[in-house]
Ligand binder design. Structure first.
Ligand SMILES: [Zn+2]
Length: 344
């Protein structure tokens, strides 16, 4: 079974201006890589627009109508989110494309999937565009799996440089969708403290790992293998979704992390192994950030190779940094209120 890739040149239609880092060039370099030198034989998935009903699972009607009203115009909705003439249509296509990829994983047409879309989504709130994001693709995807596929436990892993405030808020009081985020602090949007552990029914199902700059492959792999791994083994997700941000790559202009293309492959392999254990391998990624075009291209390439090759043994070769161990004390204290996480 092949890996599915959502790809379409229309994801270049959303444009926030020549000097904006979240630019159509991000899609251009990835599409060119897929066309000229594809790393794997993949099944191309043509996106469809999400419906109002689907977007409405996460966003308020008034907000959807507000974004719709920007069609054909240029309207700043937030300091970091300007809607252009085609932004509404492109954002619907991003969310709908991701939903289509989930359907194809669920019905076994593809083994796993990567939605290479813009605009990104994880900062978008129920009624607010924020941080280059308009509709929350990953949150809409999780809702789709719960509502239309009857899944009872979905894990959202957010390795983007930034905290996914919108995704956290969407599921903060729920236990059917677990949110696990690693993110650099201090940094935009300022949310994502370890003590924010969920509420009510969802207490213990929102896991934040704030990190100081400078973390590399071994650190991230340690987080995935030694913290997320045990938690996932107990939560037993039926599907793993990934907010795949490549702004933790070495060289990213917005970030201070140092993950290499090989490191992204290792993180992907780690999540594939988790998905094999309880989710029949069901794993789907959706593009979030990543602003160094070369690092973005090389890292996505490595992720795709891993998705297609699969199950490779996970080893970073290097121990996690001492700095990471100190920073983990606080999150681990919180997480252990609910989950059994052995000392590493
Ligand atoms: Zn980001």
């Amino acid at each position: 079974m092949k890996t599915g890739v959502v790809t379409d040149k229309r994801f270049m239609d959303h444009d926030m201006g020549a000097y904006h880092v979240e630019s159509p060039h991000r899609i251009e370099v990835l599409n060119r890589m897929l066309e000229e030198d594809p790393p794997i034989p993949y099944l191309p998935i043509e996106p469809r627009p999400a419906t109002d009903e689907e977007v409405g699972w996460v966003h308020e009607k008034g907000y959807i109508d507000l974004v719709r009203s920007t069609a054909g115009k240029t309207v700043p909705l937030d300091m970091d989110a300007t809607a252009g003439p085609k932004t509404f249509a492109t954002a619907l296509l991003a969310a709908g494309g991701f939903l289509k990829s989930l359907d194809l994983v669920m019905d076994g047409t593809v083994r796993n999937a990567f939605a290479i879309v813009r605009p990104p989504g994880h900062h978008a709130e129920a009624s607010q565009a924020l941080g280059f994001c308009f509709f929350n693709n990953v949150a809409i995807g999780a809702e789709h799996l719960v509502r239309n596929h009857g899944l009872r436990r979905v894990l959202v892993v957010d390795w983007d440089l930034h905290h996914g405030n919108g995704t956290e808020h969407a599921f903060y009081a729920r236990r059917d969708v677990m949110y696990f985020s690693t993110h650099q602090v201090p940094l935009y949007p300022g949310t994502g403290a370890a003590r924010d552990f969920g509420a009510g029914d969802g207490l213990g199902f929102n896991l934040n790992v704030p990190l100081l700059a400078g973390k590399g492959d071994a650190d991230y792999l340690h987080l995935f293998e030694k913290i997320l791994g045990p938690v996932a083994a107990q939560f037993e997700p039926e599907f793993i979704l990934v907010s795949a941000g490549f702004d933790i790559a070495a060289g990213d202009p917005l970030g201070g992390m140092a993950v290499t293309p090989a490191g992204f492959g290792l993180l992907t392999a780690s999540l594939m192994a988790m998905a094999e254990r309880t989710a029949a391998g069901r794993l789907a990624l959706v593009l979030e950030g990543g602003y160094d075009l070369r690092a973005l291209r090389d890292s996505v390439r490595e992720v795709l190779k891993t998705l297609a090759g699969g199950g490779s043994p996970v080893s970073a070769g290097l121990p996690a940094s001492e700095a990471l161990r100190v920073e983990l004390e606080d999150p681990l204290r919180t997480f252990r209120r609910k989950w059994d996480i052995p000392a590493a």
